[in-house]
Design a protein. Structure first.
Length: 555
């Protein structure tokens, strides 16, 4: 155990284990603070294990997870509050102790001289030069200076971010645009359902980020830690500041794997898979091909989630494979949905129910996955049917496809841009922020009550681009988003129910019925999904070519 003292009251350390707790107690510590998020490392003990050990030893324990490189001013303030409340001395730890030392440095800013703070951390083996400006500024990120300034800043280089940048440049070339995203790769996520169904190879759904960012757009390869809209500033990891005249917020959605107890420890093995991750979709197909008998579960968490039809798409394609190979009669297929309906737009339910009956799938509504033990092949659901007492249901499985709980990214939920539910608070028609006129949002992180799909982003990007162009004096009239979303429901290999709808469940078909009747499974819709939409995504949507996506303009 490597203990590094910063002050009489605070010591920091790299990752500890439950076996270290007795020695920590014997050393005189009275409290322990964990700054390492659960699941960060494969060999990392869970915070709950350490909490139990600390409590048994008579120590106070607090869990304040800090993602590496994402330490915010609020985190430092909360750490200071913890230090004021907890019995001392306190031991704080993370993977190496650096995050804990940084939090202490920021919490001491204003009460200790800067040289003393730096000397204490240096003596403990930690270099705080990356946050010295914040420490000198009283523990807060200084917003009166900027490391970079751009006319338009876009947070997120996914489908929404790249598309809106391309649509802006299609309206006026040479605009000063920067995209902030730390990822090296860009994914065509709608293709992962077909990867899990054995139709696509995963490699066709990925490209480099550098190859999709429009020419002339600056790429800031960093993570965002906070947004200060009153200062027109975005704060990046390492305390860098990017200023903007106009901001587009589209960082996507957070897949909260840790919200299901035991899931992070078993996902990708033990028959536990998900098409919601690039590296796991091939494992779905591996499990489907290998299962000849037993029980297969498919889960759907509470809304909102990315692509609400994806959980049942996985079920249909899997069951179709078993059906065609003659082993479906020996497989018990169960769909466990936290909601109360199969699909939110009733017009499409009859066609879907035909396939539910064909595959003899058992529908279990109001069942929310809360825990899983991959080694024991057991899953636990909270059953909360209206008018009935809540109960926990244990279900064994041989294979389980998990759709993780989802929410807005952490830095969005705590920002001034968020509504009460944590999403970027926009007008659902113009997609402009309700309080900050120079801020827009689209894609999965915005509050508009539409289906969170790539098809929605395809329609939203031209709306945002047009309205921002009007702000810059380039045209007239407001573009209005009608809530369009599309969910190609892959009910069998070779046929799709093409659900297209807008706000309030209004049907918004793109094609006449004689080409594609969205309320019936069709081969044409499958060809659209398999052969047409991927090149449209890469060569049209991400290039600012608004095929079937021209915005409606109001005078």
């Amino acid at each position: 155990m490597d203990l590094r003292k910063l002050s009489e009251d605070v010591t920091v350390a790299p990752q500890i284990t439950g076996g270290d707790i007795p020695a920590i107690r014997a050393a005189g510590f009275r409290s322990v603070i964990c700054h390492r998020p659960d699941g960060e490392g494969a060999d990392q003990p869970l915070s709950q294990e350490l909490r139990d050990a600390a409590t048994a030893a008579g120590l106070e324990f607090r869990y304040q997870p800090i993602v590496s490189g994402m330490l915010s001013d609020l985190d430092a303030k909360e750490f200071g509050v913890l230090l004021g409340e907890l019995p001392k001395p306190v031991l704080a730890y993370c993977r190496t102790g650096t995050r804990s030392a940084a939090l202490w440095s920021l919490a001491q800013a204003g009460s200790k001289p800067l040289p003393d703070i730096l000397a204490a951390t240096r003596a403990a083996g930690y270099d705080m030069s990356g946050i010295v400006r914040r420490i000198a500024n009283g523990g807060k990120t200084p917003l009166n200076v900027a490391d970079a300034t751009h006319d338009i800043v876009i947070i997120g280089g996914g489908a929404a971010g790249i598309s809106v940048a391309a649509s802006l440049l299609a309206r006026k070339s040479g605009l000063d645009i920067a995209i902030i995203d730390p990822a090296d790769t860009h994914y065509y996520q709608p293709g992962w359902t077909l990867v899990g169904g054995g139709v696509f190879d995963a490699s066709v759904t990925v490209n480099t980020m550098a190859s999709v960012i429009p020419r002339g757009v600056k790429w800031i390869k960093a993570a965002v830690t906070a947004i200060e809209p009153k200062e027109d500033a975005v704060i990046l990891e390492g305390c860098r500041i990017v200023k903007y005249k106009r901001l587009v917020v589209c960082p996507g959605i957070k897949l909260d794997w840790n919200k299901v107890e035991g899931l992070s420890a078993t996902i990708g093995r033990n028959g536990v898979t998900s098409n919601y991750r690039y590296d796991l979709a091939p494992y779905t197909w591996e499990l489907v091909r290998g299962l000849r008998s037993g029980r297969a579960l498919f889960t759907q968490p509470p809304m909102p989630i990315k692509c609400a039809g994806a959980p049942q798409k996985a079920m249909y394609l899997s069951a179709d494979h078993w059906y065609r190979n003659g082993c479906l009669k020996d497989i018990d297929v169960g769909f466990y949905n936290a909601g109360g309906v199969l699909f939110g737009v009733p017009a499409y339910v009859p066609a879907l129910m035909t396939y539910v009956e064909r595959y003899n799938a058992k529908l279990n509504f109001h069942h929310n996955l809360v825990a899983i033990d991959g080694g024991a092949k057991k899953a636990w659901f909270t059953k909360a049917a209206p008018g009935q007492p809540t109960e926990t249901v244990e279900v064994p499985f041989d294979m389980i496809h998990v759709t993780p709980p989802q929410c807005a990214p952490d830095f969005i939920r705590v920002s001034p841009l968020a509504d009460a539910a944590g999403w970027v608070d926009v007008d659902q028609g113009t997609l402009r922020h309700k309080s900050y006129a120079n801020v827009y949002s689209l894609g999965d992180a915005c509050s508009a009550p539409n289906a969170k799909t790539a098809a929605a982003a395809r329609k939203q990007a031209p709306v945002v681009a047009h309205n921002m162009a009007i702000d810059m004096g380039l045209g007239s009239g407001s573009a209005i988003y009608d809530g369009y979303g599309s969910c190609p429901l892959t009910v069998e290999r070779g046929k799709i129910v093409l659900a297209e709808f807008g706000y309030g469940g209004k049907l918004l078909p793109s094609f006449p019925d004689f080409l594609i009747n969205g309320q019936k499974p069709s081969r044409a819709a499958w060809l659209l999904k398999e052969r047409v939409l991927p090149p449209v995504y890469w060569k049209a949507m991400l290039k600012g070519r608004e095929w079937l996506a021209k915005p409606t303009i109001m005078a």
